[in-house]
Design a protein around this ligand. Structure first.
Ligand SMILES: C[S@@+](CC[C@H](N)C(=O)[O-])C[C@H]1O[C@@H](n2cnc3c(N)ncnc32)[C@H](O)[C@@H]1O
Length: 221
């Protein structure tokens, strides 16, 4: 386990069970599947040869898709075993690299042209969200774009499980449901313009679920 996760775990025990949950999930879904509808939506905004960082890449399905479009991709996730598997699998793919990191405690990096987070901001607590967005403000180039898809408080899973702080609930893993205006405010206060924003069903259907999700494109001023 990452040292930063160990520290996190002491304060928030549910975070540990969430990372175990995802390690266990990806032990059964190791291979990158088809990319998400959000990755397809984002693709026309990207430019070949530019750098993109994905936060919480899971089995790398969206990062693999972006790399196939000629983007230089760095894909991060807390799941060390899945990241080790993907690093080996894509060892010879020069423009696709993987790193086991806690996205709420990232080191400074060379500035990126694009940032991408799908279904990950609701996997971290409010303080972690603040840290991630502050990091994004410092590590994204001026005019760079940050693409986000996340569960809304209007999602029908809201209220399922044990209630925690900040609209979060723990069932088999941690989920914190997002208020659209609060997310706008969070980005604005860190120097981003909101270029595109939608909150709707129909954007991220999965098996029998059709959650209400928020999609944002924000630009670093
Ligand atoms: C719902 S999955 C989404 C995976 C991928 N983005 C996708 O759409 O297929 C959430 C992912 O976020 C990762 N994650 C959650 N908290 C994290 C953290 N603090 N740092 C890095 N990754 C994290 C989990 O390990 C998991 O892979």
């Amino acid at each position: 386990m990452l040292l930063s996760n160990l520290k996190l775990t002491k304060k928030y025990p549910y975070m540990n069970s969430s990372s175990s949950y995802w390690e266990n999930y990806y032990s059964k879904h190791r291979e990158p599947s088809n990319c998400s509808p959000f990755a397809e939506f984002v693709t026309p905004f990207l430019k070949e040869g530019k750098k993109l960082i994905e936060f919480g890449c899971g089995n790398g399905r969206d990062s693999k898709h972006f790399a196939q479009q000629g983007i230089n991709v760095l894909a991060l996730d807390q799941c060390e075993k899945e990241i080790a598997f993907l690093s080996e699998k894509f060892e010879t793919t020069e423009n696709l690299n993987f790193l086991a990191e806690d996205m709420t405690n990232l080191p400074e990096m060379e500035k990126s042209d694009f940032l991408y987070s799908r279904f990950t901001i609701h996997a971290i607590d409010k303080a972690g969200e603040g840290k991630l967005i502050k990091w994004a403000a410092n590590n994204l180039k001026t005019n760079g774009l940050f693409f986000v898809e996340v569960r809304s408080v209007k999602d029908e899973l809201f209220g399922v499980g044990e209630a925690l702080a900040d609209n979060a609930f723990f069932s088999d893993h941690y989920r914190r449901f997002i208020v659209l205006d609060e997310l706008h405010q969070q980005f604005s206060s860190h120097g981003f313009d909101v270029l595109y924003s939608i909150e709707s069903k129909g954007l991220a259907p999965y098996k029998t679920e059709d959650p209400v999700v928020i999609r944002l494109i924000v630009q670093k001023k």
